[in-house]
Design a protein around this ligand. Structure first.
Ligand code: GEK
Length: 240
């Protein structure tokens, strides 16, 4: 696995893109940047064991290199499932195609596409692992609604996101703690601030209350935050 030294060279003035250079260092980048990332991937496997049903589909929306897809494949207690792994980054999808081939994981189907207009149907599990935050805010409601409609009764959505705290003082503290977390993971001050600039207006976090309201409005009646680590949360929602 290559180490993420991307922002030693990039100055952060170009908006962040999921290109070839990012794809090459991506596993290292996510593990060092997102507090709780490894825990979400583990939990997606456990949740798949409980929620994935035979003769249904799973969706990994904004799959990147497919970590959540492989976790669902390992956790699912059935071979009779299609795991549709969608991303609009060619660099990510071409690497995922190679990984799926290398591991002979025929249940995972990598798709190069935009999650804004992908059909979702017959789903027992849908994962949005740190992806919704990259859509413009006005596109989010329609996507959550389509996910709800595409889930079978009893189906599960996992939604992981960077969030803003409701309390301004706590937001400042959690922001600092995230910064410190990155420094402890060997990113320099310069790399951290350059990446922050590159993500400005690209990653748009919301409050947990906004996510809950959107999920409720779409029809989800059972919603819980199952993980929070500083300003990163993971939410589960079940369609009844
Ligand atoms: C993981 N879920 O390892 N359509 C499709 N893909 C998109 C779109 C879009 N409109 N917008 C962004 N993406 C992964 C990690 S990363 C999170 C997800 C992060 C894709 C984008 O190309 C990238 O691969 C992914 O969403 C976000 O569990 O980098 O913080």
């Amino acid at each position: 696995m290559s180490n993420d030294t991307l922002f030693e060279a990039r100055d952060g003035r170009e908006p962040f893109r999921f290109d070839e250079d990012v794809a090459r260092v991506f596993p290292d980048m996510l593990k060092r940047s997102i507090p709780g990332y490894t825990a979400t991937i583990e939990a997606i496997g456990s949740l798949a064991a409980r929620f994935v049903r035979p003769d249904t589909r799973c969706y990994d929306l904004g799959c990147s290199l497919g970590a959540a897809s492989f976790a669902m494949a390992q956790g699912a207690r059935t071979d009779q499932v299609e795991i549709i792994a969608i991303d609009n980054s060619e660099a990510m999808i071409s690497r995922l195609i190679d990984a799926v081939d290398a591991q002979h994981e025929t249940r995972i189907q990598p798709v190069l596409g935009d999650i804004v207009d992908t059909e979702i149907s017959d789903a027992s599990m849908v994962v949005l692992n740190y992806t919704l935050q990259f859509l413009s805010v006005d596109q989010r409601e329609a996507l959550i609604q389509r996910i709800y409609e595409g889930l079978r009764p009893g189906g599960l959505l996992v939604l992981s996101e960077k969030v803003i705290d409701e309390d301004d003082d706590m937001e400042a503290l959690l922001y600092d703690l995230h910064h410190e977390h990155k420094r402890r993971n060997d990113y320099s001050e310069l790399e951290i601030s350059r990446k922050r600039s590159a993500l400005e207006n690209v990653l748009i976090p919301e409050r947990v209350s906004e996510h809950r309201a959107r999920l409720s409005a779409a029809g989800f009646r059972h919603i819980a935050v199952w993980l929070r680590y500083f300003n990163f949360v993971s939410i589960i929602a079940i369609r009844r």
